[in-house]
Design a protein. Structure first.
Length: 302
C-alpha cells in the first residue's frame, strides 16, 4: 500500500468521521487502501466498509476481509450501489479526491508532466475519452474555456490558439510532444504552468467536478442522522464546491441571496464541523510533499 499511495490527512480524517466500531462506512476513493485499512482497524466484527474505486488497479489492494465490499465504480454512483448492497444509510463517508501516487508514477497513465507516455489521463480505463482526443477534437473556444476554468491558466486563449495551429501539422498524442509543441507560449514557471494545464485536461477527461457535485448531492440521503462526511480536496475548484454544499446544501446560493422577493433559502441538511479547512501538519508535508495542497472539510447530517 505504501508504494501505491501515502494516505493524506489520515488521522485528521478518521477523527472527523468519529468512527463507531459497529458502524458502516464508505471510502469513495479506495486507491491504495490506506484510509480504508485505518477505518477497518477501528471497526469491530459488526462494522462494515464499502469501498469505491473506478481504477481497476485499485482492486488489487483490497484486503481479504469479510467486512469489506468493493465496488469497482466511480463514486458518483454511490446511492445506486448502496441500494444494490442493501445498505440504505451509512454512518460515514470519506473521499480523498487526489490523484494517487501510483497513477502519477505509472508512465502509461499519462498523468505526470515527467512521463514520456501518451496523453491518456483516464482514471477509468473503460471510458473512451483521453486527453489526446481533447487536444485533437475540441474547438479553440472549448479549449480556451477548459484551460481558463479548470486550470486557471493565465494565457488560456493563447494556449488554445497555439494547440489548434500545431495540430494541423502534427499530432499531439504524447506528453513530451505536446509540451515541446506549446513551449513557445508558456508563461512563468514552466513546471507550474504545465501542472495547471495537465490539471485542466485531467478534470475534463474524468469529469471530476461533475462527479463531485453528483456525490455531494447524494451525501445527505446516504447518511444516518448525525452521520459524517469527510472530503479531502487538492485544488480550489473542488474545495469551493465542498465548502458551498456543506454550508448551503445547494448550488443556487447566489441566486437566492439576490432574489428581490426575499425568498428564504432552504436550510442545509448538513452541519459544518470544520469551520476552516484542516491542513496537513508541517511534519506530514516533510514526509509527503504531495500533501501540500490538501484540505479536509467535515460535516454531519442534521
Amino acid at each position: 500500500m505504501s508504494e501505491y499511495h501515502v494516505p493524506v490527512l489520515l488521522e485528521e480524517a478518521l477523527e472527523g468521521l468519529a468512527i463507531r466500531p459497529d458502524g458502516t462506512y464508505v471510502d469513495c476513493t479506495f486507491g491504495g487502501g490506506g484510509h480504508s485499512r485505518a477505518i477497518l482497524e477501528r471497526l469491530g466484527a459488526k462494522g462494515r466498509l464499502i469501498a469505491f474505486d473506478q481504477d481497476e488497479d485499485a482492486a488489487r489492494n483490497v484486503p481479504p476481509d469479510e467486512r469489506v465490499i468493493f465496488v469497482p465504480q466511480n463514486f458518483r454512483h454511490l446511492a445506486r450501489f448502496l441500494r444494490l448492497h442493501g445498505v440504505p444509510e451509512v454512518d460515514g463517508i470519506l473521499a480523498d479526491l487526489g490523484v494517487s501516487s501510483h497513477q502519477f508514477d505509472e508512465e502509461d497513465r499519462g498523468f505526470s508532466t515527467r512521463s514520456a507516455g501518451d496523453l491518456d489521463m483516464r482514471m477509468d480505463q473503460r471510458q473512451t475519452l483521453t486527453a489526446a482526443q481533447i487536444l485533437e477534437q475540441y474547438g479553440e473556444a472549448e479549449l480556451h474555456k477548459l484551460f481558463e476554468r479548470y486550470g486557471e491558466v493565465t494565457n488560456a486563449r493563447t494556449l488554445a490558439r497555439k494547440i489548434v495551429e500545431v495540430r494541423k501539422v502534427m499530432p499531439l498524442a504524447t506528453i513530451p510532444g505536446f509540451m515541446q509543441a506549446v513551449q513557445g507560449v508558456v508563461k512563468g514557471n514552466p513546471k507550474k504552468y504545465f501542472a495547471q494545464v495537465f490539471q485542466a485536461l485531467r478534470i475534463e477527461v474524468n469529469d471530476e467536478l461533475g462527479a463531485l457535485k453528483v456525490l455531494l448531492e447524494q451525501v445527505p440521503g446516504a447518511l444516518v442522522e448525525k452521520g459524517r462526511v469527510a472530503i479531502i480536496t487538492f485544488h480550489s475548484l473542488e474545495d469551493r464546491l465542498v465548502k458551498q454544499f456543506f454550508k448551503s446544501g445547494t448550488w443556487e446560493e447566489q441566486e437566492e441571496d439576490t432574489n428581490p422577493y426575499g425568498r428564504q433559502k432552504t436550510a442545509s441538511p448538513l452541519e459544518v464541523i470544520t469551520r476552516k479547512p484542516v491542513l496537513p501538519s508541517e511534519e506530514e508535508y516533510k514526509r509527503n510533499p504531495r500533501s501540500r495542497s490538501a484540505k479536509l472539510r467535515v460535516a454531519a447530517k442534521k
